[in-house]
Structures are given as C-alpha cells and as structure tokens.
Design a protein around this ligand. Structure first.
Ligand code: HEM
Ligand code: HEM
Length: 338
C-alpha cells in the first residue's frame, strides 16, 4: 500500500468513527430528554462519551479537513458550516455541564447545544453523501476495530476525568441533577423560572370565563380549585433547570368520571397537547396551586398538569380539556412538534 493510500484509509476510518459517534450522541441526547428516570443517567453517560469521542478524533479530522479544503470544490462552505455547528454544539454542551456558562440572556447553553445539534442534521447527511468514503477490508479488520475501541476508551476516560475535575474544583456543574439540569427556586414558586417547549406564548386567561372540559361536563375554576390533592414533584425542564414544588389540585381520575377509552389527551388553550395512558389517571395531578398560592400565567394559570415521572414538556399548561378516547398513548410524536 502506498503512503498516500494508507493516509486515505486512515481518513476513511476517522470519518466513519465520527459518523458513529455523532449518531450515538444524537440518539442518546434524545433518550435523555425523554426520561426523568435512571434511563436519563445511563443515556447521558454514553452521550458524553460519544461527544468526547468526537473531540478525540479532531486531531485526525483536522488533517482530512486540510486536505479537503485544499481541493477546489465550490461546496466547501457547507462542510465548513457543518464544522462550525458541531463545534458550537460541543462548546455549549461543555459550558452547560461544567456550569461555566449556563445562561446567555434568555437562552440557555442547552438551547444552543440542542439547536446547533439539530441544525447539523441536514449538513451531516449532505456531507456524508457528497464526501463519500470508500471502505476497504482493512477498515473492518482487527487493528481498526481495536483502534476504534481505544478511541471509545479514551473518550470514556476523558469524560470521567472532566467530571472529577468539575467536582474536585467545585465548579457549578458539580451540582447537576442526573439529567444534567441545575436546581432553580425549589419551594419558592414566586421565583421559579418560566419556560415553554418551543413557541407557546403565555396566554392571559380570565378565571371566570375559563372552563375545563372533562368527564362529559364543563368544570368552573372554583370547582377545580376546591380539590386539594397534593403532590411534591420536580419539574425537570429540557432547557436545563429543575425545580421542586408542593403542587395542589385535582387528580385526573376525579375529573374524568367513568372513562370510556384507553387514553387521556390533555389539551392546552394554545393547542399544545400530550397523551397519557388511562392507568396514569390516579397519579397525574391537574394543579391549580403551587406552594400554597394560585398558579400565575407563566406557570399555567388557571390549571396545569403535574407529571412526576416526565420531563417538563409533559406538564401541559393552561389546560382546557381532558379528552378520553381509544387512540393508544404511544400514538403521538415522542417530542411535541410545536
Ligand atoms: C451533534 C450531536 C451532539 C454532540 C456531539 C453532543 C455532545 C455533548 C457533550 C460533549 C456534552 C457534555 C458532556 C459532559 O461533559 O457531561 C453534552 C451534554 C449534553 N447533551 Fe449533548 N451532544 C449532541 C446532541 C445532543 C442532543 C440532540 C441532545 C438532546 C436532545 C443533547 C442533550 C445533552 C444534555 C441534556 C447534556 C447535559 C448532560 C450533563 O450535563 O450531564 N445533546 N453533549
Ligand atoms: C464532526 C463531524 C465532521 C466535520 C465537522 C467535518 C468537516 C469536514 C470539512 C470542513 C472538510 C473539508 C472541506 C470539504 O472537503 O468539503 C471535510 C472533508 C471531508 N469529510 Fe468531513 N466532517 C465530519 C464528518 C465526516 C463524516 C462522518 C464523513 C463520512 C462518513 C466525512 C467525510 C469527509 C470526506 C471524504 C472529506 C473529503 C476529504 C478529501 O477531499 O480529501 N466527514 N469534512
């Protein structure tokens, strides 16, 4: 094999390694977003190792980039933009995890991290198609696999190392929850952060005009307010904060009567909705109060859902209806599309 073709083969392996690591980081990131349970912890361990693996390959990739940029191709800018987006995502992920910069104005490091990661997708697909790599049998041979294993091991060690440094030096990141989120205003409802999944603006609703459609009737605000079911639960926002509060309101099984169906669709005045299995009716709370005071508009007044086991995007705000039907609860986008 000539020196040049050895270089090309190494390049192919580096690129394929990057592809695998990027895909792994992308998938595990979303898995972590889906859960507020131990699954998030495991997924984030793999996620961070994937991210550090990308960083570990950058010295090799920089050689490929130099070679590629040297060729007179009109579409080099798209590869360069792809590179910038990956770097923004990596940097924002690390700023969040170390706690060095968690908020930047109204946006969080997580917003940048995930936003940039999503923006890479079309570029990544284009890049892989336009800069196709040629696999040779050597790429799949034992030494290559061992080298791949070494990269993964180095990434895992780098991750463990940074976690130790973050803890030993007392960086803010040491206080993260297992989902990576930071504590904010627990048991202080007045200063709890306000956030929404994507584009919902805060509606100002009139409590006298508001009605809740559930169990075949319309409930008035004072009727729902009269329930005093209580739950202490943690809202863990995918934006990167969590807040524990004492919530009070009505358990859903009290509102839906004798249900004829297998799922509940909880609908907001904004049109936002999420579906839940009917089996959860006894554990979900439609809250009208937190910390002994009525909700404010930003936190879902007149009534919002409390879902102990779900990340923030399950906690539908400004609820106006709970509809029971036979559509399975998994028949919905895993993440809201609006
Ligand atoms: C281009 C793809 C991505 C790469 C390369 C990447 C890489 C990283 C890195 C290096 C970190 C810091 C890890 C640490 O020090 O603990 C991180 C953190 C994080 N990422 Fe990603 N990420 C990507 C996409 C995503 C996506 C799509 C999501 C969610 C939908 C996500 C969610 C998170 C979360 C929640 C953290 C915080 C973890 C913690 O603080 O413990 N990432 N990511
Ligand atoms: C972190 C992810 C990646 C970044 C930031 C990145 C960026 C770049 C840049 C800036 C170039 C040079 C400009 C150009 O040739 O257009 C390049 C070249 C190239 N990339 Fe990537 N790339 C990444 C991952 C990948 C993957 C996953 C593959 C394929 C599986 C790939 C295959 C190639 C090839 C074949 C070249 C051309 C090299 C040459 O012409 O000699 N890259 N990449």
């Amino acid at each position: 094999m000539s020196a040049r073709s050895v270089g090309v083969a190494r390049g192919a392996r580096t690129n394929l390694g990057l592809l695998a690591l990027l895909a792994a980081a992308f998938v595990t990131g979303w898995v972590a977003f889906a859960f507020a349970t131990a699954a998030a912890r495991w997924s984030l361990g793999l996620h961070a190792a994937g991210g550090f693996g990308v960083i570990a390959l950058l010295p090799w990739k920089s050689m490929i980039i130099r070679r590629g940029l040297g060729r007179p191709r009109g579409d080099r800018w798209a590869s360069a933009l792809f590179g910038v987006l990956v770097l923004i995502s990596l940097l924002a992920g690390l700023l969040h995890s170390t706690g060095l910069l968690v908020y930047w104005g109204p946006l969080s490091a997580m917003d940048f991290h995930v936003g940039a990661a999503i923006a890479t997708v079309p570029f990544a697909i284009w890049h892989v198609v336009a800069r196709r790599v040629r696999l040779t049998p050597t790429d799949l041979a034992r030494p290559s696999v061992l080298r791949g294993g070494a990269v993964v091991a180095a990434a895992a060690i780098a991750y463990a190392g940074t976690e130790m440094v973050v803890r030993a030096t007392g960086m803010p990141g040491a206080a993260r929850r297992f989902t990576g989120s930071y504590e904010a205003s627990s048991f202080q409802p007045g200063s709890m952060p306000v956030s929404s999944w994507m584009f919902d603006a805060i509606p100002q609703l009139d409590q006298d005009a508001w009605r809740l459609r559930a169990g075949g009737r319309d409930w008035r605000y004072d009727e729902v307010f009269a329930f005093d079911d209580r739950l202490t639960a943690t809202l863990d926002c995918t934006g990167g904060f969590y807040s524990t509060q004492h919530w009070a309101g009505a358990r859903l099984d009290r509102l839906i009567g004798d249900p004829k169906g297998i799922t509940m669709r909880v609908v907001s005045v904004t049109g936002y909705d999420r579906r839940f299995s009917i089996d959860q009716a006894g554990s979900l709370l439609l809250a009208t109060r937190f910390g002994g005071q009525a909700l404010d508009s930003g936190h879902g007044f007149p009534a919002r859902l409390v879902v102990s086991e779900g990340r923030g995007f399950w906690w539908v705000k400004w609820v106006i209806a709970i509809e029971v039907d036979d559509v399975p609860h998994w028949w919905q986008s895993p993440f809201p599309l609006r």
